[in-house]
Ligand binder design. Structure first.
Ligand code: SF4
Length: 122
């Protein structure tokens, strides 16, 4: 968000270019399209990127592949998965440390992880 705050393309203190449509700008000698997103909402999501490459997502396609692979193992045999890997994925996807490792919490976290993967793949 701090990078957006000092970006000349930020409009109305919250939009990347024109609200919702973005618009075209010249950046480093190339014609590029701004996203038109509300940058506060956009930067809260860990899988989004700046359309001009000024900042990058915390979560990559490789992270998503790793998470999907872990979930596949979990679906096949929930008792035999390595929860340490889940904790690492959780931290990567949320930016937060896991606060509880009780079974109901783990199941909720797994549902959240599935939702985040779906969001990433939209
Ligand atoms: S997302 Fe990139 S181009 Fe858009 S306002 Fe932020 S820094 Fe500027």
């Amino acid at each position: 968000m701090s990078i957006c705050q000092s970006c000349p393309h930020l409009t109305g203190g919250q939009w990347c270019g024109k609200p919702l449509t973005g618009g075209m700008v010249e950046h480093e000698g190339k014609e590029m399209k701004l996203c038109g997103c509300n940058v506060r909402a956009k930067t809260a999501l860990r899988w989004t990127n700046c359309p001009l490459g000024k900042w990058s997502a915390d979560i990559t396609k490789s992270d998503v592949r790793k998470a999907k692979s872990w979930l596949k193992k979990y679906d096949a045999n929930p008792e035999r998965v390595n929860n340490k890997e889940l904790y690492e994925l959780w931290e990567k996807f949320t930016g937060k440390k896991k606060s509880s490792n009780c079974l109901p919490c783990i199941k909720t976290d797994i549902q959240e992880l599935r939702k985040m993967i779906l969001e990433f793949e939209k």
